[in-house]
Design a protein around this ligand. Structure first.
Ligand code: 5GP
Length: 110
């Protein structure tokens, strides 16, 4: 498997501000935000697409959601609301083949 863009960011081969990190996931601001808050929550394990999730990945998927909840609180959008999105493959709009959760908020989303 080729090293993904996000693994390169995690390994500091490509610069990006890591705004959250624990043992299992990390988060960065999206380079091309579509909302006032647009953060990507990414597992440190490089899993290409949601289709590659297997039994045994429940823990890491839970860690992604918990991190999203934590970051939403930190950003002050817990009560106003937010959206979590995983894109899968071409028709789903996936462009980086290392699963990631988009955390969108800070405005009324259409
Ligand atoms: P996807 O389309 O795969 O669901 O989402 C990939 C996201 O990664 C896009 O929203 C895109 O703007 C973001 N992105 C692409 N390259 C970079 C980068 O180098 N740094 C950061 N922070 N985000 C990136």
């Amino acid at each position: 498997m080729q090293t993904s863009l996000f693994t390169k960011i995690l390994n500091k081969e490509i610069p990006s501000d890591i705004i959250y990190e624990d043992d299992f996931v990390f988060a960065i601001n999206d380079i091309n935000p579509i909302a006032p808050v647009h953060i990507l929550i990414i597992p440190k394990e490089q899993i290409p697409t949601i289709n590659d999730i297997v039994s045994g990945n429940e823990f890491i998927m839970g860690k992604i959601i918990l991190a999203a909840k934590h970051i939403a609180k930190e950003k002050g959008i817990s009560d106003s609301g937010y959206r979590l999105i995983f894109n899968c493959n071409a028709d789903g709009g996936q462009t980086v083949y290392h699963i990631h959760c988009h955390l969108l908020g800070g405005k009324k989303l259409g």
